[in-house]
Design a protein. Structure first.
Length: 473
């Protein structure tokens, strides 16, 4: 009888076998990650470089230099004796440095509002060393965006604006800008989070969060995806030291596109679609009362009966949960997505009304001008001297970032170095009362500001808060 043949004992897996299994596993996982999305595997892929992507996009990222002349006040101003010996206080030049992105070959540059705020002169320097004077086409403090225009006889390099809604947490991104004025710098990272709000940067509350290093001077620079497209404008960082700790925020490119289109169309302010309704956040208590599993969407707080929303059937107390099929995380998402839609189009609201879900189609219109009143610049010896005021309409309220259902007389603009500027008046302030007189028209405020008195008592509404002042002037 032939002896039974012994089977060889299985060998312990070697390191190469383990790596092969891991790589095959990574390749299998990549197949389920969706098109163009997978983790790198193999030595060759680990040695890949972002250099071609940087060469493609970096020439369209520029430096923005903003300067202004600030008036320096002296305690001896107006005193002939001291002015004769010490002279008048001389104006002092102030400057700020930021970044910008060329998005159109004709010279359209997008940057942050805070980079060029109050600037008397704004210059743009391209990556090849050329410097251009620029014109501010459009700016909006509530969005912290501004559009500049520079001129050349040759087309400028540009970055194509991508779809920020296509971003996912974990996507690779590059941040390009000029941190601390050291020169153009590129950093890499991932999308850390989407739809970030309440970060205290601007009234807009829909930011991309990234861990790509962003530092002072990066403001207005580009956040680039792996297709070489602009997906955000780098705007702010969270830091206790002033330097990057891996928490940066960018304005989504879909908002940037809408803003740049408005500037190219010649708009003097960024006009949002008007539906004739105001909204407020859905709190946990409100969500529970509406039978919702968790807070989401936006609660309708008021509706103009003759406005688009009122005509479509939207009612106070309804909760808007989706917009054009996209779920709304909160009121910030509604504000953001509404701002990116076109006036003249229609929007489909998914609404929870009296416990029932329904769909409402609302026309997106231009905010009504109302009874057109002229803007009046106040003069005379009063704290209001130098303030330009007008009676509120939905269109003017929208322009100033106010609720469109508010009535009253508002400050539209303030002349620099005027008494109104010295006393801290700001565009959007609503004057409610002056020396015991209720103010409901611009003419009444004009008459009240001409009073012959040194004592002033007035009430101003700012951001929904009433401020009462008593002062001698």
């Amino acid at each position: 009888m032939a002896a039974a043949q012994e089977k060889p004992a299985p060998e312990s897996p070697g390191l190469s076998d383990v790596l092969t299994d891991l790589l095959h596993g990574a390749e299998g996982d990549a197949a389920t990650a969706g098109p163009d999305q997978r983790v790198p595997f193999g030595r060759e892929e680990m040695q890949l470089s972002f250099a071609p992507l940087v060469r493609q996009t970096a020439p369209a990222v520029v430096n923005v230099y903003a300067s202004q002349t600030a008036k320096v006040r002296s305690p001896f101003d107006g005193d002939p004796f001291f002015e004769e010996f010490f002279g008048r206080a001389q104006p002092r030049a102030q400057s700020s440095l930021g970044s910008g992105v060329l998005v159109d070959p004709t010279g359209i540059v997008v940057t942050n509002f805070h980079v060029i705020k109050d600037a008397d002169e704004v210059k743009v320097a391209t990556s090849d060393g050329r410097e251009f004077a620029s014109k501010i086409l459009l700016k909006d403090e509530t969005l912290d965006l501004a559009v500049l225009k520079i001129e050349s006889d040759k087309p400028f390099p540009v970055v194509v604006i991508g779809d920020s809604d296509a971003l996912q947490v974990g996507d690779l991104v590059l941040a390009i800008g000029n941190p601390f004025g050291v020169g153009q710098t590129t950093t890499s990272g991932i999308v850390s989070a989407l739809a970030r709000s309440h970060i205290g940067v601007s009234d807009s509350g829909f930011f991309i969060q990234t861990d790509a290093a962003i530092n002072p001077g990066n403001s207005g620079g580009a956040l680039i995806n792996m297709a070489g497209q602009l997906v955000g404008i780098n705007t702010a960082i969270y830091s206790r030291s002033g330097g990057s700790i891996g928490i940066g925020f960018a304005i989504p490119s879909n908002m940037v596109r809408a803003f740049a289109d408005a500037a190219k169309a010649g708009s003097d302010f960024f006009e949002r679609p008007y539906v004739g309704a105001e909204f407020e956040p859905v709190t946990p208590q409100i969500a529970e009362s509406l039978g919702m599993e968790a807070p989401a969407g936006a609660l309708v707080s008021s509706v103009e009966p003759n406005g688009p929303a009122g005509k479509a059937g939207l009612k106070p107390g309804d909760a808007v949960l989706t917009l054009n099929g996209t779920a709304l995380e909160g009121i910030e998402a509604l504000d953001y997505r509404m701002a990116t839609l076109s006036i003249g189009s229609k929007a489909t609201f998914g609404v929870l009304s009296k416990g029932q879900k329904e769909t409402i189609e609302v026309a997106l219109e231009r905010a009504p001008e109302g009874v057109r009143t002229s803007q009046v610049t106040l003069r005379g010896r009063s704290p209001f001297s130098g303030a330009k005021v007008a009676e509120l309409s939905p269109r003017l309220a929208q322009r100033l970032g106010l609720r469109t259902d508010i009535k009253g007389v508002t400050v539209v603009d303030v002349t620099r170095d005027s008494p109104a500027a010295d006393f801290g008046f700001q565009p959007g302030d609503i004057v409610r009362e002056v020396n015991g007189q209720t103010i409901d028209t611009a003419d009444k405020l004009g008459q009240a500001s001409q009073q012959s008195t040194r004592w002033w008592r007035f009430t101003v509404e700012r951001n929904g808060q009433m401020m009462r002042q008593v002062l001698r002037y």
